[in-house]
Design a protein around this ligand. Structure first.
Ligand code: PMP
Length: 422
């Protein structure tokens, strides 16, 4: 055990870290291993993970059922290309996802990251109109506060001001960024906007229920009903990006299933494999799929990431779905919701806090201005918690297996670091 293992010292000159000013950022924490809701550092310290490794590790780390499934698949075939070849984990997973998703969201296109699945959903929407012989549908409507990824096309549908990509304004094609229809007035405004622009719009793209990386902003299911109504009225497609909210995070398995609003395409990733391996999917409804079903080879979807439907990742996802099928997650999310409400309530009194809100297994403390991420992270680590604030929010989205004591440690660390504890 050492504070600074040799591999960290040697590699630090060569690894370019994510979202990081390399010159001024403190060194990363060296991880030795993970277990349950915990990250064990090389120096022996243990941190309770409050954010489930960027919202992926929903069943906790090293879950034996997922580990076994991946190990068994590793013996059989770690990877084969998906062009012209098929394997059981992917075909079984596609059928299971189609059965779990509402309506006729039945056609699963696999990729390896969330951003790429959003790119594919956007490409499906653009080509849907081309294949129907309707020209000019080249733009998207997305929403203030939204976040859909870091690749170039997904950057165009992120919030242009608040998002991480403001730097590239003017470089990328401009999409139409609107306000979410949270009330009648906002719905009327969006209605008017769509009336003026529908002829150039391929799809509306939204993170249902919670806009995550843009600031953990909640909206209710009426917003989704309004979007479905307006998409139908103006004949544009509707895409739900469930990369964050999918797989139980808001208390329903999927926001689309819980809200009763079925989009035309849904994107999934993050918790899809229970946080073990990279995998994503863009799942299309029958109407979208049928626009590509043709004797004309030119109407096909020309896409195929090298590692798409990786068998290890699909085996992990199937094992993760087995765990969801037990139904235990529902009670866990309800328990976490209660724990977050109680544990974060004292933060309302902390200086600078403008809102404390909880939905499902997501708890948020929002400030009047951007927080000092480095200082807060260090304070949380000193209290045994791994929590990374974003912009104006400190939030928790823990693994569903987090114990009450661990959850208490996480909420207590936030209250203590904000000076909200008596
Ligand atoms: N969409 C949403 C809603 C996300 O939260 C994220 C990642 N935070 C992405 C897309 C991009 O996923 P990835 O980082 O896997 O590319």
């Amino acid at each position: 055990m050492t504070d600074r293992p040799e591999w960290l010292a040697q590699g630090s000159a060569h690894v370019w870290r994510p979202y990081c000013q390399m010159k001024t950022a403190p060194p990363p924490l060296a991880v030795a291993r993970t277990q349950g809701a915990r990250i064990v550092l090389e120096d022996g310290r243990e941190l309770v993970d409050g954010i489930a490794s960027w919202w992926t590790a929903c069943h906790g780390y090293n879950h034996p059922h997922i580990r076994q499934a991946v190990q068994a698949q590793l013996e059989r075939a770690p990877h084969v290309m998906f062009g012209g070849l098929a394997h059981e984990p992917a075909y079984r997973l596609a059928a299971r996802l189609a059965a779990l998703l509402p309506g006729d969201l039945d056609h699963v296109f696999f990729a390896e990251s969330g951003s790429v699945s959003v790119e594919i959903a956007m490409k499906m929407a653009l080509q849907y109109w081309i294949n129907l012989g309707i020209g000019g549908r080249t733009r998207f409507v997305a929403f203030s506060g939204g976040y859909h990824g870091d690749t170039l096309a997904t950057m165009t549908v992120c919030d242009p001001e608040e998002g991480m990509h403001a730097l590239f304004a003017g470089v990328l094609p401009a999409q139409i960024i609107a306000a979410l229809p949270v009330d009648d007035a906002a719905e009327a405004a969006l209605d008017a906007l769509l009336a003026a622009h529908a002829h150039e719009i391929a799809a509306i793209l939204v993170e249902p229920r919670i806009q995550g990386a843009g600031g953990m902003i909640f909206h209710d299911d009426d917003v989704l009903r309004r979007l479905r109504h307006l998409a139908d009225k103006h004949e544009v497609l509707l895409i739900f990006d469930e990369i964050f909210v999918g797989f139980g995070r808001t208390g329903d398995l999927f926001a689309c299933e819980g809200s009763g609003v079925t989009p035309d395409i849904v994107t999934l990733s993050k918790a899809l494999t229970g946080g073990t391996l990279p995998l994503s999917a863009a799942v299309a409804c029958g109407r979208v799929f049928e626009a590509f079903w043709s004797d004309d080879a030119g109407a096909a979807l020309m896409h195929g990431p090298t590692y798409m439907a990786n068998p290890l990742a699909c085996a992990a996802a199937n094992a993760s779905l087995d765990l969801f099928e037990t139904g235990a997650w529902k009670a866990e999310v309800a328990r976490i919701e209660l724990g977050l409400r109680e544990g974060l309530a004292p933060c309302r009194q902390a200086p600078g806090v403008v809102d404390v809100r909880v939905r499902g297994a997501v708890g948020v403390v929002e400030f009047d201005k951007a927080v000092d991420v480095g200082a807060l992270c260090a304070a949380f680590v000193a209290l045994g918690a791994w929590i990374r604030p974003m912009g104006k929010v400190v939030y928790l989205a823990p693994p569903f297996v987090v114990s009450d004591a661990e959850l208490g440690l996480l909420t207590g660390a936030i209250a203590t670091a904000l000076g909200a504890k008596p």
